[in-house]
Design a protein around this ligand. Structure first.
Ligand code: CIZ
Length: 303
């Protein structure tokens, strides 16, 4: 493993590349990253870096978002099969049809969606700012796509009518309240933090409902020494590494995203060698999708 890490380091320098990794990546991939974060952090980092070559260790829609914000850069996704089933639950055609049925609704699109779907939306949001984005709009009817659980969470904090899309994250949606209650029983002193992509009955049990960036902050700043984490296991690896004095427990062993786990050190090395596969969003989708992202970015970030 050390040998492959050295090779990656050397080639990265030669190519003047930067490696970005999502919080849900394998621990060993997180360790070789120059920057670790949620999808928005990573896209903004890609846009801000001087490096012209970005190895994006995440899933397809995230690399697309980086390309939207930095069209002049080469964005490489080490495994082209690393997709997002949630993002695939809405297509531009299905969205166009729904918009015809709801002509006076604004479309708020979770960042977990393709560039083509973002292009058909009015504004994007992340799990960190979904409530803020929805409340920033003057319209009363909101078509919230594609995650119905995040839509439900947002509906608790707004007066607006939220019309959910019937999508869900296969990793978060599958976890039951019963399993999470068991984790609570096993660790009675621990705080329970969960992601808003979880089902409402799981969200109801939590001490805090947070995006991954919010969870990183909570782990650093809260007085709790033990925390049960209700999101993908890669984040727990990060939290343990960065807060060695605290204890973290995964709320359910089902919190594993098979797509995030497709990226390995071998594939990162291969990507640096071959500079493939490149992710690029072409016009006119790029400008339209970027407009949805830019509207969100104009809203101050509040974790
Ligand atoms: O926005 C992201 O990166 C995702 C998918 C989750 C989160 O809460 O960070």
């Amino acid at each position: 493993m050390d040998q492959i890490k050295e090779k990656i380091e050397q080639l990265k320098k030669e190519r003047r590349a930067i490696i970005l990794a999502h919080n849900y990546q394998r621990g060993e991939v997180q360790e070789i990253a120059d920057f670790l974060g949620d999808s928005l952090d990573l896209s903004q980092e890609a846009a801000g870096t001087e490096a012209e070559l970005v190895i994006f260790c995440g899933v397809h829609f995230m690399a697309e978002s980086a390309s939207l914000l930095s069209p002049q850069k080469k964005i490489i996704l080490p495994d082209l099969n690393a997709g997002c089933p949630l993002a695939d639950m809405v297509t531009p055609e299905a969205l166009k049809q729904r918009k015809r049925e709801l002509p006076n609704a604004k479309v708020v699109c979770y960042i977990n969606s393709s560039a083509a779907v973002k292009a058909e939306s009015d504004i994007c949001c992340t799990s960190a700012n979904a409530v803020q984005v929805v409340n920033s709009l003057k319209e009363q009817r909101i078509l919230f796509i594609p995650d119905k659980n995040l839509a439900h969470f947002v509906s608790r904090f707004t007066e607006k009518e939220i019309i959910p899309w019937e999508g869900y994250c296969i990793t978060h949606h599958i976890v039951t309240a019963q399993e999470v209650l068991k984790a609570r029983d096993n660790h009675p002193e621990a705080a329970l933090i969960v992601h808003p992509e979880c089902q409402p009955e799981v969200v109801d049990l939590a001490d805090a409902v947070l995006s991954t960036s919010g969870m990183v902050k909570f782990a650093q700043e809260s007085d709790y020494n033990e925390i049960i984490v209700g999101t993908e296991m890669g984040l727990v690896e990060r939290l343990k590494r960065e807060n060695s004095e605290k204890k973290f427990y995964l709320a359910s062993s089902k919190f594993i995203c098979p797509n995030m786990k497709l990226t390995t050190l071998e594939k990162v090395l291969q990507a640096l060698e071959s500079l493939q596969p490149e992710i690029r969003v072409e016009e006119p989708i790029r400008s339209l999708a970027k407009a949805s992202l830019d509207k969100m970015l104009a809203i101050p970030r509040d974790r």
